[in-house]
Design a protein around this ligand. Sequence first.
Ligand SMILES: NC(=O)c1ccc[n+]([C@@H]2O[C@H](COP(=O)([O-])OP(=O)(O)OC[C@H]3O[C@@H](n4cnc5c(N)ncnc54)[C@H](O)[C@@H]3O)[C@@H](O)[C@H]2O)c1
Length: 376
Amino acid sequence: MKKIEIKEGGRTIGMVCVGQALSEVVPLLDGYPAVYVVHDMNVRDKAADLVSVLSGSGVNVCGLMSVEAAEENKNMDTAMRICRWLMESGAERSALLLAVGGGITTDMAGFAASVYKRGIRFAYIPTTLLAQVDAAIGGKTGVNLDSYKNMIGVIRQPQFTWLYPEVLTTLTRRDFLSGAAEMLKTFIISGGDCYRECVDFLGSLNLVPGIAADSKDGFESFLRLNQGRLSDLICAAAAVKAAIVSEDQFETGLRRRLNLGHTFAHAIEWYERAGGTDCALSHGEAVAVGTVLAARLSEASGVSGHGLADRIADNFARCGLPTACPFGLDDLEDAMNKDKKAENGKIHFILIRNIGETIEYDMTAAEAVALLKGAI
Ligand SMILES: NC(=O)c1ccc[n+]([C@@H]2O[C@H](COP(=O)([O-])OP(=O)(O)OC[C@H]3O[C@@H](n4cnc5c(N)ncnc54)[C@H](O)[C@@H]3O)[C@@H](O)[C@H]2O)c1
């Protein structure tokens, strides 16, 4: 099993482990007197397999609860439901909450564990690519408030995050690509070689003939065949995120780089939800569009040379990701101003100097939109 540590001042505060067989989780749970499992209902079979392996190996699994992974359920009601279930199941302060699912499940479960009895320990087994390379690493937990994403939450590290690439073979192509967008974003921040390898790998997905966006046909076997290559990319992306979190756990500086594309992405998601419709783009797809917009803003503000944005847009399109904003730039401005990352009217935009090199650049939403209008 490969291990990536998250450190703070020389002290290990978190651990990302990449394994291959379910039984490898057992030693990680050594010493926890009671384990409660909360899982995404779409992975109930995998959660049941896990519980059977854990119980058969002497881990004291005291309860199993399912949640529905949908942004409209990522709220205080669901977090309260998890807390109430823990209380009614008799969970004590020594308990560990183990979350099995994608980023919605890990964010909500991590938050519930962080506030239940003023905080119990928790750990993650992420089951989407997005959660494996991003959401389940670094300790950001939280829920949405009305149509605002992740407005309520805390930063608190899981005891461990256990990555198990084989679990991804049941994802739809669209959910897989959503995570791929976060992986590409990570490599644009740090890791030019990995970025190129990732584009090549994802580009070859288009070689699988005749698969619709939500289909699993052909895709599962593709992932099985390419598991080694995928696992290496996941490890590399997890290592980049772990290194950045180690430098700046509470996002006072460097960690903000991980928000590349997210100011635009959150604005796109907010605008679509506030309009009363479910977001047509997944989170990762919105990040892909947001990263291309960040690249265009980088060119327009002189941070990068000409051609970078088109190159990134071409790469993303080759990977099957969307690259164009689904509505006009004027509509983005108001949504960006509502983003929780705006301070004194200025937003910390992350701009791209080159693949593998980003900088922070503060400006208002109006300034950004004016520059973008000149560039698009
Ligand atoms: N905490 C952080 O640092 C952080 C970072 C990035 C994103 N996020 C959050 O993560 C969330 C998005 O995460 P996500 O994309 O994993 O979404 P998700 O949890 O909704 O999962 C996407 C879909 O895949 C299904 N699914 C999960 N595992 C599966 C599997 N193995 N096989 C088949 N289907 C499976 C889910 O049921 C869901 O329908 C957003 O709410 C976002 O805000 C958090």
